[in-house]
Ligand binder design. Structure first.
Ligand code: SER
Ligand code: ZN
Length: 504
């Protein structure tokens, strides 16, 4: 995509620019165009691609500049470099640069750009489309330019354009393993069967189940298998990750880029002074209704949301640290609580819910170590599903979860980075259910949370989410409810289903 920036700005000076200074300004402009703006530009860049002061003039307390660029030393970067270079030049005439006024800023994008990819943002004053592309006229302050707003805007448009171009195609999905077939033992929906048997009941909240003792026996059986067959042999240690995730974490993890429609948001009281809340409590006591609007007025936030992806809130533990070579690959896991996603219309059975339970496995180290752990995990899972659970399942390479959760599509440019989804067949619907994943996330998280390795090697990480509801849904859908027909290890760990409640 062709990219051009043009910027008109006035540098406002503390006093009139004297005629004697004009020649020196001219020299500074030449030097900027010839050398300052060339710094850091790759050798293959065309002269036209690099920031350049095209015209300037000094009048009174304003130095008027017209700057153009392609993708290198973009017009706004050139502006700030030039200001820095000019300050000592004007200083010799006892003149300071007081402020910058941006009088015009346009971005030109050429290539096939779907108009739907142009975001509606207050900073875009006008969008003009023609045969070759679009011109965006921006309303930006110098602070916006220093904060690289134009660059983020361009990146966002590129991402949206990619997503639109991809939109028509099916999601990225590439089969990499298929298990042996298994005999069909059951053909009903296990959720309906569990409800019938009184094993589960709907929770009071949407997409939420109350699991009775029997399915929890099965959850725990799976947990034991995961711990004994996968987590311990591969050297993972248990941690407890927080379950309330503030924006600070989601800004670094990338979730702040896309997860808004699915968050369970969290707010805090403006104060814990009982007097401040008395009328709320009184309203409820008198009417029997909880006054939601009154409560809303007394809240701060949202300060973030409830656990969504499970691994991001781990990262502040290592944030800003340099990891000793000999502690790598560091391998941990968390099974301390629920994850929450607002699934809207998508809720189904116990397998697609707003509140779910997952063991999250996480590791970090060099690139090689990270890929190696992912491969060991994949082998261990394969053995467990084929030999211990006797599932009919398959594994596919899909869009990395961290990209999908940011609203991105496709796959990573680096072949070793990505997500493998594990899917099990559901005989009752003949559909496939994703019941867990394994991912190599590259340097995404170490970079976002500024984690380094002693040796100077790039730090990578990976994670794997083991969904207990999903394992249960897949297993029961294939094996049914007659424990005597289950694979031996699972049956033994499960024991007799405990009938604690009898309803009259
Ligand atoms: N964090 C990963 C995900 O959200 C694995 O659990 O899919
Ligand atoms: Zn994860």
């Amino acid at each position: 995509m062709l990219l051009r920036f043009s910027l008109n700005a006035d540098l406002i000076t503390s006093a009139d620019i004297p005629d004697e200074a004009v020649a020196a300004i001219g020299q500074a402009v030449d030097e900027a165009n010839k050398s300052t703006f060339q710094r850091g530009v790759p050798a293959e860049a065309e002269p036209n691609d690099i920031g350049r002061i095209m015209a300037w003039n000094a009048a009174g307390t304003a130095l008027h500049l017209e700057i153009e660029s392609g993708p290198y030393t973009r017009a706004h970067d050139a502006l700030f470099r030039f200001r820095k270079q000019l300050a000592p030049v004007l200083g010799r005439h006892r003149i300071g640069i007081r402020s910058i006024e941006v009088t015009a800023f346009t971005v030109r994008l050429e290539g096939t750009i779907d108009p739907a990819a142009i975001p509606h943002l207050p900073m875009i004053r006008e969008t003009a489309a023609d045969e070759e592309g679009i011109t965006l006229t921006l309303d930006v302050s110098p602070t916006d330019l220093e904060n690289k707003v134009p660059d983020r805007l361009v990146r966002l448009i590129e991402e949206k354009a990619e997503a639109h171009a991809y939109g028509g195609k099916a999601e990225h999905w590439e089969l990499i393993y298929e298990s042996p077939k298994q005999p069909v033992q059951f053909t009903d929906d296990p959720t309906a069967e569990m409800l019938k048997r009184g094993w589960i009941k709907h929770g009071a909240s949407r997409g939420q189940w109350i699991f009775g003792p029997q399915p929890v026996q099965l959850f725990r059986a799976f947990e034991t298998i995961v711990i004994e067959e996968i987590i311990r042999p591969l050297g993972f240690s248990e941690m407890i990750f927080p379950k309330l995730v503030p924006w600070e974490v989601w800004k670094r993890s990338g979730h702040a880029k896309g997860v808004y429609p699915e968050i369970y948001y969290v707010f805090t009281p403006k104060t814990r002074d009982p007097a401040y809340w008395e009328d709320v409590a009184d309203y409820y006591k008198v009417t029997g209704e909880v006054p939601v609007e009154m409560i809303r007025d007394r809240l701060d936030g949202p300060i973030g949301g409830m656990c969504y992806a499970q691994c991001p809130p781990f990262w502040p533990f290592v944030q800003g640290e340099t990891l000793a070579n000999d502690c790598l690959p560091a391998r941990v896991f968390d099974r301390s609580g629920t994850s929450h996603r607002y699934e809207s219309g998508g809720i189904h059975g116990i397998e697609r819910v707003d509140e779910f339970h997952r063991i999250e496995v996480l590791w970090l180290g060099t690139a090689d170590q990270t890929v190696e752990v992912a491969d060991r995990l994949h082998e261990a899972y394969t053995r467990v599903f084929d030999e211990l659970l006797e599932l009919e399942w398959r594994c596919a390479r899909v869009t990395p979860w961290f990209m999908a959760q940011e609203g991105l599509v496709g796959v990573s440019e680096n072949e070793s980075i990505g997500t493998r989804d594990y899917e099990a067949i559901l005989p009752y619907s003949n559909g496939w259910l994703e019941f867990q994943n394994v991912s190599v996330n590259g340097n995404k998280y170490p970079k976002g949370f500024n984690v380094k390795i002693q040796s100077g090697a790039e730090c990578w990480s990976g994670c794997s989410g083991i969904g207990l509801e999903r394992w249960t849904a897949a297993f029961l859908a294939q094996k049914g409810f007659d424990v005597s027909k289950w694979p031996e290890r699972v049956a033994k760990l499960m024991g007799e289903p405990e009938e604690v409640f009898r309803f009259l």
